[in-house]
Ligand binder design. Structure first.
Ligand code: AMP
Length: 213
């Protein structure tokens, strides 16, 4: 199955994408994770991306398209995947269609997770991840059993650099201006499934499973 997950920052798309990918045996491709790893490793890609990410801005389209083309060119990845956080602009969606055409890939669905802005600010200011195994937590929707400690590996829970309030507000405004228009792009092609996601985490997972079954 080949899926795209869309939704504002904090809609839970990354965490849901990971869970659904493991349920259906698909590769989880998060452009945000790939870029954060590149920043942490200090690679050329990381050096180029860092200033945009820390300001809550989008990294230029040509950088992202090159990266996704490279990842999808791996046969085994192209068989079954969830793209999480990509595309985020109309040029990226158009570029992705060309990549799909060249690699003879057919997209099954774009899944859009709907959460209102005020709920997003609340969620993002409560978001943590494990410094060690990268598992996601949210003090409101998915708290760890022991404060500040990862349930899975006992690692320390920390926050993302771009989850500061002023950066969150910019990320949301960038989302509405640049990313929201791609919903219509997929709706017009009959490829959009919208899931109300301002509710319990497990309930949202069930709705996504139903939508793609
Ligand atoms: P995410 O983890 O998906 O919220 O992404 C974190 C940051 O990485 C974003 O705020 C952007 O700066 C950058 N990024 C991730 N994916 C993309 C993309 N498709 N296009 C441009 N920038 C991206």
């Amino acid at each position: 199955m080949r899926l795209i997950f869309l939704g504002p920052p904090g809609s839970g798309k990354g965490t849901q994408a990971k869970i659904i990918a493991s349920k259906i045996g698909a590769n989880h491709i998060s452009t945000g994770d790939i870029l954060r790893e590149a920043v942490a490793a200090g690679t050329d890609l990381g050096k180029k991306a860092k200033k945009y990410m820390n300001a809550g801005e989008l990294v230029p389209d040509e950088i992202l398209l090159g990266l996704v083309r490279e990842v999808l060119s791996n046969d085994r990845t192209a068989d079954s995947f969830i793209l999480d956080g990509f595309p985020r602009t109309i040029p990226q969606a158009e570029g992705l269609d060309k990549i799909f055409e060249n690699l003879s890939i057919k997209l099954d669905w774009s899944i859009k997770l709907d959460v209102p802005d005020d709920a997003i600010i609340d969620r993002l200011t409560a978001r943590y991840f494990c410094v060690n195994c990268k598992a996601d937590y949210n003090l409101k929707t998915k708290p760890p059993k022991k404060e500040g400690i990862c349930d899975i590996c006992g690692g320390k829970l920390i926050r993302r650099d771009d989850d500061k309030r002023e950066v969150i507000e910019n990320r949301l405004s960038v989302y509405h201006k640049q990313t929201e228009p791609i919903e219509s792009y997929y709706r017009e092609r009959g490829l959009l499934k919208e899931i109300p996601a301002d509710k319990g985490f497990d309930e949202v997972t069930e709705e996504i499973v139903k939508a793609i079954s």
